[in-house]
Design a protein around this ligand. Sequence first.
Ligand code: DC
Length: 227
Amino acid sequence: MDRIINIAIDGPSGAGKSTLAKMVAEKLRIIYVDTGAMYRSIALYMVQNGIDTGKKDKVVPALEKITLSLEYTEDGKQRLVLNGEDVMEKIRTPEISSNASKVSAIPEVREFLLNLQRDIAKTKSVVMDGRDIGTVILPNADVKIFLTATNEGRAARRFKELTEKGIETTYEAVLKDMTERDKRDRERDVAPAVPAEDSVFFDNSEYNKEEMLEKALEIIKSKVGEF
Ligand code: DC
């Protein structure tokens, strides 16, 4: 693709955003940006340093000590480097999920990550997933998809992912954490996780991966034409 295309995929946790965004990126040969991983990296720093993510007055000064950069491996995989360390593995635990949701409600944390997210989309075609990409980060994105699925379907997907990684948990615990986290993300004052007015609502409950990709490519094509 010659021109720069920005695709925003927002939605609640476990809806399949990252699976879809990765497939779209591969198919269109553009870059995938996982913004949730950035909030998770900030949460990891706070947890590692004993900082309570519910306490804004403790979290905000600690941001000064964080250097976070986005890098790509030769095979195109995203890596987040937190103060010199690749943290992509460490950020995928239930503890970090819940702390990421807490830090993401703090306006200064969102501000801290804003330029990192926006700058990459200025110079490159990207498919970026998160909660506020279509509303705040890339309000002029060419394509905005709001991806969702039933609560049970989302929890089952997350439970499977965690179990496959060897993390011990139960379906009930995942459903409970996810429901709490989504409520907090949706109801926060700053950049709440709600669909942009001009987004295409996509309920992914009934689709398999291939169908989900096909449907998303149809949406993308209807907005940006042939690619
Ligand atoms: O997509 P995820 O589960 O990795 O995101 C982790 C948390 O970060 C999630 O609870 C909400 C928050 N988040 C956000 O507020 N804005 C984004 N653009 C991405 C994630």
